[in-house]
Design a protein around this ligand. Sequence first.
Ligand SMILES: Cc1cc2nc3c(=O)[nH]c(=O)nc-3n(C[C@H](O)[C@H](O)[C@H](O)COP(=O)(O)O)c2cc1C
Length: 313
Amino acid sequence: MNLSVHLPGLSLQNPILPASGCFGFGREYSQFYDLNKLGAITIKAATGETRFGNTTPRVAETSSGMLNAIGLQNPGVEKIISDEIPFLEQYSTPILANVAGSTEEEYEYVAKTLSDSGKVSALELNISCPNVKEGGIQFGTDPTLAASLTKKVKDISDVPVYVKLSPNTSDIKEMAIAVEAAGADGLSMINTLVGMKIDIGTGEPILSNHTGGLSGPAIKPIAIRMIYEVSQVVNIPIIGMGGVTCKEDVLEFLLAGASAVAVGTANFRNPLICPELIDALPELLDQYAYSSIEECIGRSWKNARESAPFSRS
Ligand SMILES: Cc1cc2nc3c(=O)[nH]c(=O)nc-3n(C[C@H](O)[C@H](O)[C@H](O)COP(=O)(O)O)c2cc1C
């Protein structure tokens, strides 16, 4: 079965890619399998300078998920280009580079540096990190700021730009429409939801940052609902993510309206999850009588539209 999906800047042989921050820069996972197998690789967020992130503890387990408050730890965009991306260049897998910052200028600098390097296929603009004091989520919850940043990054980037949306907003559709109008080539959704865990022994928050981003199976129904809503109001493709752990989840994301599916937290539990999902997809699609990925995308709402009276011209 042909699993390929063609998205702006990303020609994927299959719709599965690791989500940013859950795969580092690929080195550790390359010890488990051939990274050529993946549809694409999303690398950890890059900022203008080296960041050490928040102090520990910065992860905590929850029922059906985890909280993290890493705080965008990364070596900085220049070191990522000189020390990390060359390792990935031995693979033919497209690289989606996650871009973060505290100010518009920092985002622009990181995006331009990555785009000018000629080493990445597309950018993923992270306007949704809940774990840093400045930048990140403030751009991700205000449609005007998000659109302005998207436009600025689009203007200086030679590669397509996917905007990674935050679920920590009252109307994600409004955010999606705003960044599409500003020129986004695609969307990634969703990032983590702000959550918290308290140690009942000490009575204090467990994470040093107090709050963290909730990921894993607990957030999947929210991601599905948001992708279902957003995919019906935009004309750009969506890379869906949030709690994927099995092949059925992948199909559910596609049916909701995602064109590709990223796997985050599940990589920590099973480093082979991505290749296992890729291998399992053909049989699953066959079982439900789908002959391509394209056929599945948005089926959950397209069916209703196609059978509604007056919907056909
Ligand atoms: C430890 C950790 C680090 C993350 N770092 C980033 C990051 O650097 N940039 C980003 O856009 N998202 C980051 N995310 C969010 C994931 O890419 C993903 O959107 C989210 O975890 C939902 O998917 P999941 O439930 O499959 O993990 C991180 C998530 C986790 C758990």
